[in-house]
Ligand binder design. Structure first.
Ligand code: SF4
Length: 303
């Protein structure tokens, strides 16, 4: 009898050990999977869980979100961080309604054409919602493949085409088995083959792992320097947005001036929110979340 493949070993482990997460429930639907994938970008599972449940309870379909305002999407995003994702998710819902009758498409090219849906998200939805065979490559999968197959401790800078090819070579031919393997690779990287503390003794592919066989030690330092938050424009943007989220309409700039004492930095952060389309000025003296009220008059054209 032939030896089980790498994908078979990881998939068997996954079937026994996968975390119980709401976006993995059978029949959860493509919209829920798309929402979860957008939220999980740059945000840990534990923070996504309550936001995901609340979002799906309020907007169980793309049409429901598309019918609401950008301001409500930003409000519901709360403190998940990187709130442009809320705007993009709503734009995506609008496009799904306009182009696909409210159903998340199952074709990769149509998924890739949606606003805010990139290489990773499109393949994740195609695989996890529709059981298709696509390499789904996030940071965790890159690390697993790099260690187990190439024998290198870290994947280094992303090389998207090469990463996709290397991962696709590991997938079973049968689409459903490939989709299961894709979920399994991600889980292995998230909970066993972590960046700093790989638990090789508990790993289902320890016996065939090239990095383990090389006898190399775990990386001595963080693979990425943690991003500073305190004192950054990101923090100031978050403080400004928190005030605007809690208001039910325009907020006078004097109120916003109170959130941060550095005038230059505060003005820069506010201008950035306006440029990103998250916030809009109202009458020169106030600001509100995008679309939070009647449409604003178009600016007068120069004669
Ligand atoms: S044996 Fe260790 S390094 Fe290899 S894939 Fe498993 S956890 Fe990662």
């Amino acid at each position: 009898m032939s030896e089980p493949t790498f994908a078979t070993l990881v998939s068997r482990w996954y079937e026994q050990n996968a975390r119980d997460l709401p976006w993995r429930v059978t029949g959860v639907g493509a919209w829920a999977i798309l929402v979860s994938e957008v939220m999980l970008q740059q945000t840990p599972v534990v923070r996504v869980l309550p936001a995901f449940q609340a979002w799906l309870a309020r907007w169980p379909t793309p049409a429901a979100l598309a019918a609401d305002t950008p301001a409500e999407a930003i409000r519901m995003w709360g403190r998940l961080g990187y709130p442009r994702r809320a705007m993009r998710l709503r734009e995506c819902a609008v496009a799904i309604v306009e182009r696909h009758g409210g159903e998340v498409p199952d074709r990769l090219d149509q998924l890739l054409a949606l606003p805010g849906v990139g290489t990773y998200t499109a393949r994740a939805v195609a695989a996890f919602a529709y059981g298709q065979r696509h390499p789904v490559v996030d940071t965790n999968v890159r690390r697993v493949v790099c260690r187990a197959i190439a024998g290198e401790p870290d994947a280094g800078p992303a090389t998207r085409p090469a990463d996709l090819v290397a991962t696709e070579e590991l997938l079973p031919a049968e689409p459903a088995a490939a989709a299961l393997a894709s979920a399994a690779f991600m889980e292995l990287g998230a909970v066993i083959c972590t960046a700093r503390s790989p638990r090789c003794a508990a790993c289902p592919v320890e016996s065939v792992c090239a990095w383990r066989a090389s006898g190399q030690e775990a990386p001595a330092g963080p693979t990425r320097r943690p991003q500073r938050y305190a004192g950054t424009d990101r923090q100031v943007r978050g403080l400004l947005l928190a005030v605007l989220r809690e208001a039910s309409g325009p907020v006078p700039h004097q109120r916003l001036d109170q959130v941060w004492t550095d005038d230059v930095q505060r003005s820069r952060a506010l201008a950035g929110l306006v440029t990103d389309g998250l916030v809009e000025p109202v009458g020169g003296e106030s600001f509100r979340l995008a679309g939070d009220g009647p449409a604003l008059p178009a600016p007068a054209l120069e004669p």
